[in-house]
Design a protein around this ligand. Structure first.
Ligand code: CA
Length: 363
């Protein structure tokens, strides 16, 4: 009975062909459009206000939800540190203090190391392949099962596309050059670097430039040309290395689960559609803006470098060690990694003869 109260009667004017062949306006009476109960939700991000691509992506997501719902689903987006500190959005949403957060999955590896795999794998799947594993290969079910223990319900909230390997003040010509290097690099990539002799350091985004300039760190990774150029790293480090550690990082748009469960099926469908749209658009926007910014960086004299083969070979070895050790420590990690690896085994032969082949021959 309650539901009826939310039904709104809308009268539509439509053009109707009459027998005489002329169009005339007729009123169709009582077309009922269920726009659902008006819902207002608070979303906190880990990004500064209107942060390019990632932040504007979530702004557009909220706008799309409002438009598609005929104004009944209002999601207010709060930049970092307004409602809660940037890296407390997980706990605040889990506790129901806020309804939704938008962030990067690898930040929560301290809660459960298995989460880092949902965020992407060094030397692993690209963005579209990650999304395919999550949606069709069983990844999403595992992610939702593990997040449910924190009263959370995740959706894919965009992806960065392939990230760069980072900015280095000195060239890396051998494994030896990595020893003792101080580098800002988080996640599984950071673990691998640590085993290669690097001293991985985590510092907040706002402090990276100064740390690099003053030599507190020797190198840093960030995202890719489009966002790195805005940080000005090219002014303090000359060598820009091609990527390996974040080939397809996934972002998340995660709901307080109790809040999600109470949403109408219409609103859930609108949110799912809008998150799909956000993910596709973010990858497209990153691709375009990275391509533009790369040209600008090259014009500025930045040298694009590849890590030596022995570094890549050793990074693969160390990564396998990190994954094996973590699988022993954490059964969840083992289970998620097995799902991921099953998809990789399925996907690789097709990926090799399609995407990889075309990239190689098209020149
Ligand atoms: Ca990064």
């Amino acid at each position: 009975m309650k539901r009826r109260a939310f039904l709104k009667t809308t009268t539509l004017a439509v053009g109707v062909a009459t027998l005489s062949g002329c169009y005339k306006e007729e009123k169709i009476k009582s077309v009922n459009i269920n726009r659902g109960k008006k819902v207002k939700l608070k979303l906190a991000t880990s990004w500064p206000s209107h942060f390019p691509i990632m932040g504007t992506g979530v702004d557009e997501f909220a706008k799309r939800c409002l438009e598609l719902s005929g104004g009944t689903l209002e999601i207010k987006v709060y930049p970092k540190n307004i409602l809660v500190p940037a890296l407390q959005v997980f706990d605040a949403t889990s506790a129901g203090q806020i309804d939704i957060f938008h962030s990067g999955v690898y930040y929560w590896k301290g809660k459960n190391s298995a989460f880092s795999i949902f965020g992407g794998m060094p030397l692993g799947l690209l963005s579209d392949e990650m999304v395919t594993w999550l949606k069709f290969g069983g990844g999403m079910e595992l992610w939702r099962e593990l997040y449910a223990k924190f009263n959370l319900y995740p959706l894919i909230g965009g992806s960065t596309g392939p990230q760069m390997g980072g900015w280095f003040k000195k060239e890396i010509e051998s494994l030896e050059d990595l020893k003792g290097l101080k580098m800002r690099i988080p996640g599984l990539g950071g673990e691998v670097m640590k085993r290669l002799g690097v001293n991985p350091i985590l510092i907040p985004a706002g402090e990276i430039y100064t740390a690099l300039e003053r030599g507190t760190i020797d190198a840093t990774e960030w995202v890719g040309p489009a966002l790195d150029i805005l940080m000005g790293f090219d002014r303090v480090a000359k060598y820009y290395y091609k990527g390996w550690h974040e080939p397809g990082s996934i972002l998340e748009i995660t709901f307080n689960k109790a809040r999600w469960d109470k949403l109408s099926s219409e609103h859930k469908a609108i949110i799912e559609t809008s998150s799909d749209a956000m993910t596709a658009r973010m990858v497209e926007e990153f691709r375009y803006k990275n391509a533009e910014a790369l040209q600008e960086l090259i014009r500025k004299g930045v040298e694009i470098k590849s890590f030596p083969d022995e570094v890549v070979r050793e990074a693969k070895e160390k990564l396998n060690g990190v994954l094996a050790d973590e699988s022993k420590r954490n059964p969840d990690f083992k289970r998620v990694l097995e799902s991921y690896n099953r998809f990789v085994a399925l996907n690789s032969p097709w990926s090799d003869i399609s995407t990889k082949h075309i990239l190689e021959i098209r020149g």
